[in-house]
Structures are given as structure tokens and as C-alpha cells.
Design a protein around this ligand. Sequence first.
Ligand SMILES: [Zn+2]
Length: 357
Amino acid sequence: MIQIYRRKDVFSIRKVTGKISVFLIIIMFVTAFPLQVFAADTSQSITQYNADVLAKKQALEKKYGIRITYPQNENSYAGIGTATLATLDTCLEYVSPELIKQLSEYYSQKNGVRLTVTYTHTANFETVENARPVAAFTDALSLIEVLVPRATSNSMSSGNGPTAIVHELGHAYHEFLISNMGAAALRRQWTALNGGAAYGGRADRTVFVSDYAASSYDEDFADTFAHAFVCNRAGYSIAKYLKTASGGATALGSKVAYLEKLVAQYSPGAKTAQTNLRKCYTTPDSITYRGLKFSGSSMEYVGFNAPYGVINAIVRQLPFETKSKVWDKSIGGWLVVSKSGKEYIVFPGGNYTEIKQ
Ligand SMILES: [Zn+2]
């Protein structure tokens, strides 16, 4: 039995501003800590660093037919690194280049601007008390905004998490489907699969993929879309929620199957997306690491790079002093050694567990 210490809760809201719908992922912001300033990484020349980021950005823009923008740091370094763009690449691969290109073309015709992923540094948050957004989608601007923390902020998570990125793509695809099917028809067919369960409560995971999804129809669509595509690695799985004990489809399973049908019908060229969607049915529930089994939402980053800019805040919130911290893709967390010599796995978001062996 592994005790994982939880440092945060996750929930969500939908915010509507005038005619522009902005969809946000909100993470509880638990505690305030004093700001610290960290020295810039000077191990690589600024020119080379910036050239590498630019080359990666341009390669992704070409591969997916999208636009990508990112800020510049005050020290002249690009405001993100190639590792952050590699995370975006993997997320877009999950949804498939064919589907992303189709989506970008749709937004280009509708708004005159291709689907755009914009990285924005944030330190302070202004939406709701004790909460902060990590990513947002604005339909009228073809815009997916990925909020990444400054090194000096206290953020325990980043908008460049795989589920957050694909969630916003889910909103973008929802709007695309609405333009094809009509809003009322899509909503009626989707909500009919909930088996009478209403929005606004906590999630029964066999109906709603998360508490976030249980909050509203729009978030249900986007978060189901996200989990169906990203829950494809051992440990980060929804497979057990998709089938009943007798092997039939649960409400959630019916919605994932319906999503598959919609993608096949409205994105017939996106064969990879159709293949990828089916992986969520067979993803193993747990991962074994150092002889221990791990599963659940902390496993989001298995196989991914470390989320942008969160480690400093996490280290400040741990109840022990750290001697070293190394990101390990195979567990999607940092292997942290404390000053007293104990070993821990620390996950993005701040959950951690001691490795006793
Ligand atoms: Zn959302």
C-alpha cells in the first residue's frame, strides 16, 4: 500500500465573456509563499538556445498547420524550451496531425487565423479566489492559451500538462462539431448517454471522467475528449471506467464510443486519431516503479518531459530539505533525495511518496 500525499485539488469553471467563450482549467492555489529569484541557466549560449526553440516551433507549425507563439524572457532567452514544445508535439500526435490540420483549416476559414497555441508566462491570477487557470481556449480567436509559470511564481502546475493541452483541443473540436451538426443535436445526443445523471455534482467515474467533466456539458465533452486521447499509457488509464462488470459499456464508455463515431464521421481522414482513441480501452491500470505500483491522476506525465517551471514551487512546499532532484520520464515525476538521505517520488502538482526499500 503506497501512501501518496496530496497537495492540491483540481476543479474547473467555464467563463463566458461577452460573445467570446473562454474555457479554463482551474487548479486550486493552496498556499502563498514568498517569491525567490533564480539565476538563469547559462550552460548554453543564448543564441543557440533561441535558435533551437525557434527551429522546433517552426517544425511543429509545419507538421500540424498551426501557429505557435511564445514570450521572451527578460534575460533574452526564449520564454519556453524545446522540452515544452516536445510535450506539445506528443499531445498533438495523440490527437493526430490529420485531425489538427483539419481543425486549423476550419478555424482559418472561420476566423481568418489558423489554430494558434500561445504560451504565456503568469505569476498572478485574477479569475476566482484561491484558484488559477492553467490553460484556456477562445473560439473567436482560434486561440489555445497555455499558461506557464514564471520561475519566481508559486505555481504547482503548468498549462503545458498533457491533459490540459488536449482538453483545450477538445473545446476546439467541440466547436467544429457544432458547426457541422448544430449545437442542439450534439448536446442532445451527448447528454442522452449520461443515463440520467445531472451536471453539477461530484463525478461517478463511470459516468463523468472527472469532477471537472461533471461540472457542465461543455467541460464534459472537452475532458472526455482529453482523457480518451491521453489515457493511453500504463498507470494513466480510464479503461476500468469504460466497461461494466458484465462487459457492457458504462455511460462514460458510451460517450467515448460516441466520440469515436463522431471522429470517424467528421474527420474521416484522421485514421491515426481513430486508432489512438481505441487505446484507452486497453491501457493497463498501474505502473511498477522501484518495485512499487502507481496509478491514478499523478501518472499524467509518464513518458513526458517535466512540466514547465513548477519544480521550484514544489521544492519550496515539501516538508523536507532536498539534496537532489532528477526528472524521470518513466514515472513522470522527480526522484528527490532529501538532505537526510531519504528518497521520494515527487509528482507534478506536489503529490509525493517516500520510497522505502
Ligand atoms: Zn474547459
